[in-house]
Design a protein around this ligand. Structure first.
Ligand SMILES: [Zn+2]
Length: 278
């Protein structure tokens, strides 16, 4: 069986205090890339995991209350960094992408989903149910900007809940079960509770090995390599803090037991530098 090719890209970045992302860190702003992944599957074609930011994010945050979001996160994204530009340099048109997997509905993950006119959207129903009715300040407080969704989002939405459940490779223990999105075990969604309602990561078996894309299960790899958690202030962002910390604990277990599994949080500069595309 030929395996998919996995490439990690950055589509824009935001700025946040080091001390917010890392308990005990400095009061200096550091840059957090917004990552997305391209999985080029030999039979299914290109699959995206999240999309990063787009210029649409800037448009959607021009006026209050959404402007608050832009003021706090200080987002930058250049034309060259856009997901569509990254893919174009790989010879892919937006219409080539038939599947966009959404880890969760925070704006830095769905910023460009409207740019793919023929894609279906795959996500946990709980993730969508957690935000679908939010508008105005309540949406901003949940880092959700409804204007980022294409107008036909609901017609193209394909929740993954009814797809087949499978056992994960033993290297992923204590994560045991996932949802097979392609049918051959190469792209398997895994529940990562705590950070946002219904958040999922993806376990990808690809040419280069086994990679676990863990979205915002933690800010950076320091959470599971060194046990450095984010500031207690970030608790207000999480619907379930206990589950958030338990998920990080489990990622640490995978990291220690199976160091060959590459664990990639979406905003980790070090992971992107080591495993991302230039
Ligand atoms: Zn998030």
């Amino acid at each position: 069986m030929s395996l998919p090719r996995l490439t990690l890209f950055e589509a824009g970045a935001s700025q946040a205090l080091d001390a917010l992302a890392h308990r005990g860190g400095s009061f200096r702003h550091i840059r957090f890339p917004a990552m997305f992944a391209l999985i080029e599957h030999p039979t299914v074609g290109p699959i995206l995991f999240d999309t990063g930011y787009s210029h649409r994010f800037e448009e959607e945050t021009r006026v209050l209350p959404a402007k608050l979001y832009a003021l706090i996160t200080r987002v930058t994204v250049t034309d060259d960094e856009l997901a569509v530009a990254r893919l174009a340099r790989r010879g892919l048109q937006p219409s080539d992408v038939r599947t966009v997997v959404i880890s969760h509905f925070h704006a830095d993950h769905i910023g460009a989903i409207a740019m793919f006119p023929r894609a279906n959207y795959r996500f946990m129903r709980e993730a969508w149910d957690g935000v679908r009715h939010l508008r105005g300040l309540r949406a901003v407080a949940a880092a959700f900007l409804p204007g980022l969704l294409p107008t036909d989002f609901e017609e193209r939405a394909r929740p993954i809940d009814a797809d087949p459940e499978v056992d994960l490779p033993s290297e992923l223990a204590p994560f045991r079960r996932g949802i097979d999105l392609v049918g051959d075990g190469t792209v398997v969604a895994v529940s990562l509770p705590g950070h946002a309602h219904g958040q999922i990561g993806l376990v990808v078996r690809h040419e280069g090995g086994l990679t676990f894309l863990v979205a915002d299960a933690c800010f950076t790899s320091r959470a599971f390599t060194e046990g450095v958690l984010p500031s207690r202030m970030t608790r207000i962002l999480h619907p379930d803090q206990r589950a958030y910390e338990a998920t990080i604990q489990r990622l640490g277990d995978v990291h220690r037991a199976s160091p060959d599994v590459v664990i990639v949080p979406s905003h980790c500069t070090e992971s992107l530098a080591r495993h991302g595309s230039r």
